[in-house]
Write a protein that binds this ligand. Structure first.
Ligand SMILES: Nc1ncnc2c1ncn2[C@@H]1O[C@H](COP(=O)(O)OP(=O)(O)OP(=O)(O)O)[C@@H](O)[C@H]1O
Length: 325
């Protein structure tokens, strides 16, 4: 059974902003799934939908199953138990997520005291273990968030997410706003924790190369839908959708000859979900679009090797999508 399964997940804000438009995804035990896409494609909406953290203006359709249990069919009591203890989120921007006037040890102890019948002393012991697990000395428990660097604060966020021993971590852009060296350290930490603790993880990033190095599988999203899914390295090295190709090309890798001289961004902006173009929503920005793309709505279809793509041209023989980069 999957640790997390999204079945035809749909989220519409304010009645007419379809931010997520029918997403099917699953995460197996011990698996790391990456979700990639530009700002506005619906990544954070999915994160929040999993633990029912969306604002009231959001209408949710389809199903979210955690260990087979329907999150939207749960009582609030059950939901409270599931959050933290079964699945938890590492949010982006630790500075805003942590309480500035509370010592970090106290902040990490809070969910532990709330979710398990332990004494304050036992909770403090667990806090010390957690801090060490994320590479911080236990004495930092006495610090306030402003006494830590950005990378250290993000480590605290990870410790917080691990506090109640979840099986699934959802890390939403966990390295945004960190410098490149620290980003790599935080990603290494997440990868080793996932391995050592036998967790599953959903890692969300706009940077496909980050996902390629950490994830088992990747789903690339555009305008609220998955447009390509498959093994992470395959999607990055040999994309089967021109959007994945463009996204891979937008983040040059050091030492990669193809990008050394002219790393190209993607021209134009993603469409607003309330005003999507007809046919394939990527066609106005697509370097290989043909007339049919403006009128044909394409759904995900198998393109071999356990991969799916929502591109009319994905299976054309001899079409090298790396040229789309
Ligand atoms: N509360 C809301 N009310 C109305 N529209 C919203 C709301 N939250 C998000 N949206 C819209 O839904 C779309 C998807 O947003 P979402 O934050 O999920 O994207 P994202 O891929 O996570 O982007 P980012 O990386 O910038 O957070 C965007 O067009 C956004 O403007």
């Amino acid at each position: 059974m999957s640790v997390l399964e999204l079945r035809d997940l749909r989220v519409t804000y304010a009645g007419d902003v379809p931010a997520v438009r029918g997403v099917d995804l699953s995460v197996a035990a011990g698996e790391v799934l990456g979700i990639a896409g530009e700002s506005g494609c619906g990544k954070s909406t999915i994160t929040n939908a999993v633990l029912r953290l969306l604002p009231r203006s959001a209408e949710v359709g389809g199903q979210v199953l955690l260990d087979g249990e329907d999150v939207y069919g749960m009582s609030f009591g059950r939901l409270r138990a599931v959050r933290w203890a079964q699945a938890s989120i590492v949010f982006q921007g630790a500075l805003h997520s942590l309480n500035a006037v509370q010592r970090i040890g106290r902040q990490i102890a809070e969910p532990i005291l709330l979710h398990s019948k332990v004494s304050r002393r036992e909770a403090d012991k667990r806090v010390a273990e957690l801090l060490e697990q994320v590479g911080l000395p236990a004495r930092r428990a006495r610090d306030y968030p402003h006494q830590l660097s950005g990378g250290q604060r993000q480590r605290v966020m990870i410790a917080l997410a691990l506090a109640c021993g979840p099986r699934l971590l959802i890390a939403d852009e966990p390295t945004t706003a960190l410098d490149v060296m620290v980003q790599a350290q935080v990603l290494d930490l997440l990868s080793s924790l996932v391995k050592d603790l036998g967790l599953s993880m959903v890692l969300i990033s706009h940077d496909l190369s980050v996902l390629g190095s950490v994830c088992d599988r990747v789903a690339v999203m555009y305008a609220g839908r998955v447009v390509e899914q498959g093994p992470a390295t395959a999607v990055f090295d040999d994309p089967r959708h021109p959007y994945s190709a463009a996204l891979a090309g937008a983040f040059p890798r050091i030492g990669d000859e193809r990008f050394r001289y002219s790393p190209r961004g993607l021209p134009g902006d993603p469409p607003f979900p309330g005003d999507l173009p007809g046919g394939c929503p990527f066609h106005p920005r697509c370097p290989i679009a043909v007339d049919l793309c403006a009128t044909t709505e394409v759904t995900l279809a198998g393109v071999g090797d356990g991969r799916t793509s929502a591109c009319l041209r994905a299976t054309e023989r001899g079409l090298d999508l790396r040229g789309a980069r």
